[in-house]
Design a protein around this ligand. Structure first.
Ligand code: HEM
Length: 199
């Protein structure tokens, strides 16, 4: 098998892996198997998959460096855009299905509930990253400015984790586990920057 075919297969596998939770959720919704509170389950599942993919996106660079596989970096954009799609579907389900597009009620929720405030902040910061993900936009901004803009991800992912932590009422372990993973990944970036400054 030549390299191009192998790369196409890997790319297809990444797409399928990112799409699978959505297909699974859609099938469960279609079969009315989302449990006693389907709207809450849908919102939560879309949110948690959005967060997981954001974290996978954050892990790609360290993995590529540690495994000495620079080609992995190419998957960052796909994973990031899928994360944006999940978080957008999460927001849309909340605004449309939970709040019936009552934007006044959504706004009051943003002001009143800190976890919604933080979730919204994360989403607003994510929009420019998704909007500048095309090759044309990268060229227009210039690689330096584009890279700087993408530093926003270091605020977005922790905001997503705190959003999760604040909304959990009983078992805080899951958001704490995500928080620990994000802490390690961000720590790796800081260590790498320090290494680069010294060399
Ligand atoms: C980057 C942005 C965001 C991420 C990563 C994210 C992630 C999450 C996660 C992980 C959960 C909990 C899932 C679980 O319990 O298993 C959640 C729940 C939730 N999120 Fe988000 N979220 C984001 C943005 C937003 C926004 C913008 C809103 C609304 C304005 C929102 C509203 C909610 C609501 C209403 C819940 C469910 C709360 C409940 O059931 O009590 N999220 N989100």
């Amino acid at each position: 098998m030549d390299r191009k075919t192998r790369e196409r297969i890997v790319y297809g596998a990444v797409w399928l892996a990112c799409l699978a939770p959505f297909v699974w959720l859609a099938a469960q919704a279609f079969l009315a198997e989302l449990g006693a509170n389907p709207i809450e389950r849908l919102i939560r599942q879309l949110g948690v998959w959005g967060l997981r993919l954001l974290i996978v996106g954050l892990a790609i660079t360290p993995l590529a460096r540690i495994l000495k596989q620079p080609r992995l970096i190419r998957f960052r954009r796909t994973v990031g855009l899928f994360a944006f799609a999940y978080v957008s579907a999460h927001l849309l389900t909340y605004v449309g299905v939970d709040q019936y597009f009552d934007f006044g009620a959504v706004w009051r929720d943003i002001l009143k509930r800190p976890f919604i405030t933080l979730g919204m902040m994360a989403f607003v910061l994510l929009v420019p990253l998704a909007a500048t993900s095309t090759n044309g936009m990268i060229r227009r901004l210039g690689p330096q400015a584009w890279r700087r803009l993408h530093w926003l991800i270091y605020a977005i992912v922790p905001l997503g984790v705190v959003h999760y932590y604040l909304l959990v009422k009983a078992d805080h372990r899951p958001p704490l586990v995500y928080g620990a993973i994000v802490f390690v990944l961000l720590g790796w970036r800081v260590a790498e920057r320090l290494r680069n400054l010294r060399s």
